[in-house]
Write a protein that binds this ligand. Structure first.
Ligand code: ADP
Ligand code: MG
Length: 470
């Protein structure tokens, strides 16, 4: 039964986060035991590296989907390394221990470190376990500075040293995966360390919106406001998500003013400059531009190499310079992708038990990058626009004219078919909160759409254009 559940789980995860993630991380992992009394699912990972990565990045995902498949509201998930050596944690040993031990709560507000001690509590009860192979810490020390992010880094550091004294608010902007959240975490860690009495509040704007809606629903506006007003340092990530949400903007405006007047530090990030955030009230925009606005770009080769070295160090991996240089030279569009590639290489090397050489990197990364270079979701969107004579902004908007809806459905359908993008990634490209719209669009094209001449012609047209391009 556990094997069937695991296979089902892999299918769902593949849909949600993409088959590449499943290939890299979950393929060699197994669900070995379901303890229905204690409601704990026990997983086996092939090595420490994979285990730590899953614990850090995919624990919530595991909990959510396994719970559903096992018919439970919530479960705990425990991951152990397969065939762990003498004295280390084993599944059998774990069952004898007290299940009340919380082995899986991972919803800390600030995921600053791999919470090794928390996740490995049972293991520690038995025998002190060696530290996980990599510990991710988003601090100023682990942030590599170069011309592309110097201003943002210096401003963030100055603000963390003396909150409320310089640049207030500090507004950091840049494309996805370039280190904005890293800098917010770094500010938080620095303030915590230097002045533990200060209240630092980190939140994504998305979460702020949800909290606000909840507060309205439960008639708890006073508590909502009070919660944020307690902050000495308020860090709001991805502020662009409050665009077009007038009431939320109003509430934020209020909190902003109160904090600002009392010289409390506010730091915001976004994917564009304040003036480019659509649907932002004028007075809100002015506020955001009051302090310092600093941008972050994709780092140049030297900085990319330094980042790779730093990350590899954190993962305790040894790679030679030639291999670093090979990896840094690929045309990734942001640091997250670069890091993802490094992790993919390290994971593959760990699974294959071989050294990370330039040749090995080429074998692992080249096919992936080539696929990306020819067709990715953005290029499909652009091509659909060209063929359907629409503009990209309209395609990504929520306007529902017939031709826009058709073009959007075709784009989503082709994105799923021609790229490795997950439903979630496709959804967020179209500014959708969840991916049900994408599933619906794909189904529509597959069941009815392809039979409608106008739609099948558009699909063919787009496919031809994409082919000619590559
Ligand atoms: P953003 O919030 O801009 O989308 P993140 O802060 O989440 O991006 O960064 C994505 C990943 O890239 C993180 O793992 C982060 O540590 C890493 N990263 C980005 N820039 C740097 C840098 N200059 N030095 C070290 N790591 C970086
Ligand atoms: Mg971010």
């Amino acid at each position: 039964m556990v094997e069937t559940i695991w296979q089902e789980f892999l299918k769902i995860v593949s849909q949600e986060v993409g088959s590449r993630i499943v290939e890299t991380w979950f393929k060699a992992v197994h669900l070995v035991l379901w303890d229905s009394n204690a409601k704990v699912a026990y997983l086996h990972a092939p090595n420490d590296f994979v285990k730590t990565w899953i614990v850090t990045h995919y624990q919530d995902l595991c909990k959510k989907h396994l719970a559903r498949l096992l018919g439970e509201e919530s479960i705990k998930v425990h991951i152990a390394v397969e065939g762990a050596q003498d004295g280390q944690f084993t599944i059998v040993a774990a069952r004898k221990l007290d299940h009340a031990t919380n082995v899986s709560s991972s919803s800390t507000k600030m995921p600053l470190t791999v919470p090794s001690s928390k996740h490995d509590k049972i293991a520690l009860v038995k025998k002190k376990q060696k530290k996980p192979a990599h510990v991710t810490v988003y601090t100023f020390e682990s942030f590599v500075v170069g011309p592309s992010n110097e201003l943002a880094f210096s401003a963030a550091y100055a603000v963390a040293q003396n909150p409320g004294m310089h640049y207030n608010p500090l507004f950091l902007y840049g494309g996805s995966g370039l280190g904005k959240t890293h800098l917010l975490y770094a500010i938080s860690a620095h303030v915590h360390e230097k002045s533990p009495e200060k209240v630092v509040y980190y939140e994504t704007a998305d979460r702020f919106v949800q909290n606000f809606i909840q507060a309205i629903r439960l008639d708890k506006m006073a508590q909502f406001q009070a919660q944020y007003r307690r902050a000495d340092v308020l860090l709001i990530d991805d502020i662009q998500f409050i665009s077009k949400k007038e009431q939320t903007q109003e509430a934020f405006f209020h909190i902003f003013n109160l904090l600002h007047q009392s010289h409390k530090q506010i730091v915001l990030t976004a994917d564009c400059m304040p003036r480019d955030i659509a649907g932002l009230a004028e007075r809100m925009r002015t506020r955001l531009e009051w302090g310092l606005v600093a941008d972050i770009h994709m780092p140049l080769l030297e900085t990319r190499m330094a980042i790779l070295k730093k990350k590899a160090e954190a993962y305790s991996a040894s790679i030679d310079d030639e291999a670093f240089s090979a990896l840094a030279s690929y045309d990734f569009s942001n640091v997250r992708e670069l890091e993802g590639a490094l992790v993919r290489v390290l994971a593959s090397a760990a699974l294959a038990d071989c050294a990370v050489t330039k040749e090995f990197i080429e074998k692992i990364i080249k096919p992936v990058v080539r696929v990306k270079e020819t067709v990715d979701i953005a290029s499909i969107a652009r091509t659909v626009c060209r063929c359907a004579q629409l503009n990209l902004h309209e395609l990504r908007s929520s306007t529902r004219t017939k031709e826009l809806v058709v073009a959007r459905h075709v784009a989503m359908f082709l994105m799923k078919r021609m790229t490795d993008a997950s439903l979630r990634e496709i959804g967020s490209f179209f500014n959708k909160k969840d991916h049900s719209t994408v599933i619906h669009a794909i189904e529509k094209i597959e069941t009815k759409g392809k039979k409608i001449r106008e739609i099948s012609l558009l699909i063919k047209d787009v496919e031809r254009c994409l082919e000619e391009r590559s």
